[in-house]
Design a protein around this ligand. Structure first.
Ligand code: GLN
Length: 381
């Protein structure tokens, strides 16, 4: 057609592809990360309440004050950071819009941006479409440790920003306090900006705490931190999250956000503001999901899949080298079409995948019945 694509190497996201394939062949879907159980009835009725009350016109561009204030209080009690909520938080259309708008706010043509592989599939196209140049540091199985000295060596005078994700999708790694201190030094000493994707902030297991960028004052001064109400409250289809950044950065962020989506749907914002008044709704999540992680792992104990460590998110990587020598893309398709369980191939998160890795990602954010049925099938392989 002669059309000059801005993203010539980008296809449809693997999450859409695998969920569609799972649906087509009737497989149990442990691929795309979303719960197969509904969100809280109480939350749904709050949305209904505010719709019935007539909260159905445009929300303010930055979000409704009630939700900004409630989110500010949540941040203060979770991370000890006291914000000017109405000037430093923006309600976004899912964390994805927050991350895309943050990258668009920061990146000028020719700027270099550090990305850690495996990287969630949104980051690289968002950088590229803004004319940025990717500089990739790769983590490798099974430990996926970050050598910050090596990351530092990738910084050049053109480096503008670094993107991180903690807890990390797909590897389930969480940043430690030492990681964050090293990151803070790197960002501050080189005058970089940070985009921190923290959508799984409440899915941290084994007694660890979430090391949010919001806990590190000097780091936060140069950060855009993206969060998700959809992930936290089992309502991924509502597309609502928020981006936190210091006031001056937020002002620039909002210039992009306003002409990207203008504002986010109104009744959901009021509903979430009221729902946030009970912290138990999110404080219960680590136990809730850790139980699911352990349940799937135990159910697969007699299978030929070997689990890698998952300290956060609702994903766990499993090594299948005892089963097949096929690469992960082929094996994920085969699992879906032949064995009836859909998975995600982690190689799609890499610019340069390791050809020898035999690992898939499973989502355990599902009901126990779903996990038990999937495990029964996987144990037969
Ligand atoms: N974050 C989810 C995952 O990794 C998918 C979200 C999406 O499909 N946009 O599976």
């Amino acid at each position: 057609m002669g059309f000059k694509s801005k993203l010539p190497h980008t296809g449809t996201t693997i999450f859409t592809v695998m969920s569609a394939l799972a649906k087509e062949v009737g497989a149990i879907n442990l691929s795309q990360g979303y719960p197969d159980f509904d969100c809280d009835e109480a939350l749904k009725s709050l949305v209904g309440k505010y719709m019935a009350k007539g909260m159905n016109q445009y929300a303010p561009m930055r979000g409704v004050n009630e939700l900004l204030d409630a989110t500010g209080s949540k941040i203060e009690s979770s991370y000890g950071l006291s914000l000017d909520a109405r000037e430093e938080i923006t309600v976004t259309s899912g964390a994805a819009e927050g991350i895309f708008s943050a990258i668009t706010t920061i990146v000028h043509p020719g700027d270099e941006v550090l990305v850690i592989d495996p990287a969630y599939d949104l980051y690289k196209p968002a950088i590229e479409i803004n004319g940025g140049k990717l500089v990739v540091y790769s983590l490798r199985a099974p430990d996926y440790e970050i050598d910050w000295l090596q990351v530092g060596k990738l910084v050049t005078p053109r480096t503008k920003a670094i993107v991180i994700n903690t807890p990390h999708n797909p590897i389930g790694r969480i940043m430690s306090g030492e990681d964050m201190s090293a990151l803070q030094d790197l960002v501050v000493s080189n005058g970089l900006y940070l985009v921190s994707d923290e959508v799984y902030e409440h899915l941290v297991f084994d007694g660890f705490r979430h090391e949010s960028a919001l806990r590190y004052q000097r780091l936060f001064e140069r950060s855009f931190v993206a969060f998700s109400f959809g992930k936290t409250f089992h309502a991924t289809g509502w597309r609502i999250g928020y981006c936190v950044a210091p006031a001056a950065l937020t002002a620039e962020f909002r210039k992009v956000h306003q002409f990207n989506v203008f504002s986010v749907n109104t009744p959901t914002q009021y509903a979430l503001a009221e729902y946030l008044s009970d912290p138990q709704h999110y404080l219960s999540l680590p136990d809730f999901f850790q139980e699911k992680r352990d349940f799937l792992q135990e159910a697969l104990a007699d299978s030929r899949f070997t689990p890698l460590k998952s300290r956060g998110t609702y994903f766990q990587l499993y090594d299948y080298s005892q089963i097949s020598d096929k690469n992960d893309v082929e094996f994920s398709r085969e699992m879906t079409t032949r064995y009836g369980v859909a998975a995600i191939p982690p190689s799609v998160f890499y610019s340069k995948p390791d050809e020898n890795e035999r690992i898939i990602r499973l989502c355990f954010g599902k009901t126990k019945e779903t996990l038990a049925r999937a495990a029964e099938r996987l144990c037969k392989i």
